[in-house]
Structure formats: C-alpha cells, structure tokens
Design a protein around this ligand. Structure first.
Ligand code: ATP
Ligand code: MG
Length: 329
C-alpha cells in the first residue's frame, strides 16, 4: 500500500481553502493509502514561538476539523508532530543537504516572509528559514509517496524531492520522491479578494462557522468593484463570490453568470443564494464535528493511538537512516 502524509498547522481552525485544497482528497484516498495526518505544531511554532497558547489551543480544533471533513480514525492516522521526535532528528540530518541560498529562493518562504515582515524585522530566524527542511522530514519520515496539498505547497514538495534525491545519492536509496496531489480548488481566494483564503489573513469561512456568521461574512465579501448598482453589468470571471458559486452551486453557476452580466441579478441576491448553499454544504460536516466534540476523551484517544502508530513507523525509518549514514553504533 502506498503512503500519504499531509497535514495542517494548528494556527487556527480550518477553512474552505483547506477543505477543497487538501482535506477532501485525504478523506477520499484514506481507504486506498496508508494515510498519516500531521498536526504540525512544531512548524506552527516557527512563526508563533511567542504565542504558545495559540498553537496549543488549536491542536484539537484542527483534529476536529479533519474528523468533520470525513477522516476516519479507523483508516487514517492522526498525530501530533512534536510527539514524534524522530522527525526533529531527521531534520538535523537533512539540514546538511540544503544550502541557505536554496531556502531563500523558495517562493513560498519568500511570500510568507513578506507577510511576516514585522515579526522578523530584526532578521529572519534559523527555524523559520529552515521550516521547509523540517517539512521534508515530516513527509520523508513516513516515506510518503503522495502529499495532498494546496498550490502554495508545491515549492515545498520540490524541495522535499531534492532532499530525498540528495540523501539517496550520498547514503543509498531509502526515500521515495513524493508528489503533490492538488485539490479541485488548489488556491481558494479569500472573502476580501486576496488570492488565498488564509487563517492568518482573516478572510476565511471556517468549516465550523455557524450559519449566522456565514451569512454575515458573505454579505460583506468583495465582489466585482465595477458592479456598484444592482443593474450594472457584472464581471463574474473576476468576482470572488462567483468563484464560490462555481464550487457550491455548480448546477446554477452558468445561469448566475448570465444574469449577473446582463444586470438582472444583483450582488445581494447572488450572495443570499450562495450563503444558503454554503450553509447546507457544511451542515453534515458540522454535525460530525459536534458529534466528536461532545466526546473529547475519545478524540484524545484517537490522537494518542495515532501518535503511537506514527512514532513506531518513524522509528523504522530512523533505523534505516542510521544504518545508511553509518551512525548505527
Ligand atoms: P497559515 O496562514 O498559518 O500558514 P494556512 O491557512 O496557510 O495557515 P496551512 O495549515 O498552512 O493553512 O495549510 C494546510 C493545507 O491547506 C496546505 O496543504 C495548504 O496548501 C492548504 N491550503 C491553505 N489555504 C488554502 C487555500 N486558500 N486554497 C487551497 N488550499 C489551501
Ligand atoms: Mg500555510
């Protein structure tokens, strides 16, 4: 059976971007692949080292969101990164195989550094610059073949393959070269029109958002700036709300585009109809989330068992790594 490793940073609850970028693919493939879902608390600390409470508080939120999306603990292994220290060990060995210049060139790191200018105004930390190396270790500790992710993660996969190739060529082949599996909507835009819905940008609809919140968020979402009055002809192709219509209301999307362009459909009605669809879509997921949230001791058991299984798998890889690196004293 081939292996999947994927996961999320516990920096907030998960949103529609996560769902359509990665979570639905995880749920779909969990029966066919040995599936590991990492709650990446160590990675979250690289840019939240000063907010340990935030990271801790979101660990179980992220677990609940995965369960809500249909991850089945009988099939998938959900675990906490910091409780598998073998990953940190592998990160140290991998750090010899990457240059600082290569990390500085990573496009995702560059974009994120731009967003985190204030945090790193005294200089970027060793830990943040190195997080792609730690992420390569997350993936390769499980010798994963496939990584369901959003588009922003493609450069991370490229970097992971480079590290795997370098390790294999120096010490002998033990690592696959993992591929990214992009979701149906690999870069969902934010409610504010930003190219990426993101927990750090405050422009997201969360999986757990109540209907009233969803209504409110959609009501104030950005639309085509040229459509000021109801009867102005709109440009659905550049409207973030229309982007969501294509996902949640695929059957009516063409008709909506026509009506919007002709000026017969105004943004208020278009948004009301979208909000109803989003609320209906999320209802069964939220029901599942509530079901698990009512039994937190069970959820903690799921994570404890998942972490024990992940750790066992990690130990196997590290035994191979130590032998290849001639440090199996
Ligand atoms: P942070 O701002 O803390 O980095 P994030 O919203 O980027 O949070 P992550 O936990 O870093 O979320 O990402 C988890 C997974 O979800 C990754 O595979 C990422 O590519 C995917 N993802 C995140 N946002 C989107 C989006 N807007 N569209 C599609 N996929 C996304
Ligand atoms: Mg991210």
């Amino acid at each position: 059976m081939a292996t999947i490793l994927t996961g999320d940073r516990p920096t907030g609850q998960l949103h529609l971007g996560h769902l359509f970028g990665s979570l639905l693919n995880r749920a779909k493939l969990q029966a066919e692949y040995d599936t590991y879902v990492i709650v990446a608390d160590v990675q979250a600390l690289t840019d939240n080292f000063h907010h340990p409470d935030k990271v801790r508080d979101n660990v179980y939120e992220v677990v609940l969101d995965n369960l809500a999306a249909g991850l089945n603990p009988q099939q998938a292994t959900i675990f906490i990164q910091s409780l598998v220290p073998e990953i940190a060990e592998l990160t140290v060995f991998f750090s010899n195989l990457v240059t600082l210049a290569r990390l500085e060139r990573n496009p995702t790191v560059k974009t994120e550094l731009e967003q985190k200018k204030d945090l790193f105004k005294g200089g970027v930390t060793y830990g943040f610059l190195g997080y792609p190396v730690s992420q390569a270790a997350d993936i390769l500790t499980f010798q994963a073949d496939l990584v369901p992710v959003g588009q922003d993660q493609e450069p991370m996969l490229e970097q992971t393959r480079e590290i795997a190739r370098k390790f294999n060529s120096i010490y002998g082949r033990i690592f696959p070269e993992p591929k990214a599996l992009l979701g149906d909507f690999p870069r969902l835009s934010g409610l504010d029109g930003n190219a990426k819905m993101s927990k750090s940008l405050g422009n997201a609809i969360y999986i757990a958002d109540e209907p009233a919140i969803i209504n409110k968020k959609i009501k104030i979402a950005k639309t085509d700036p040229q459509k000021i009055h109801k009867n102005d002809p709109g440009h659905p192709q550049i409207c973030p709300v229309y982007g969501y219509q294509q996902i949640f209301n695929a059957a009516e999307a063409k008709e909506i585009a026509k009506e919007c362009k002709s000026g017969r459909l105004g943004c208020v009605d278009c948004k009301r109809c979208l909000a109803d669809k989003v609320i209906a879509y999320l209802a069964p997921l939220q029901e599942r989330r509530r079901h698990y949230a009512e039994d937190m001791p069970k959820v903690r058991d799921i994570v404890r068992d998942g972490t024990a299984k992940a750790r066992q798998r990690a130990r196997q890889t590290m035994a191979e790594v130590r032998e290849k690196m001639k440090i199996d004293y």
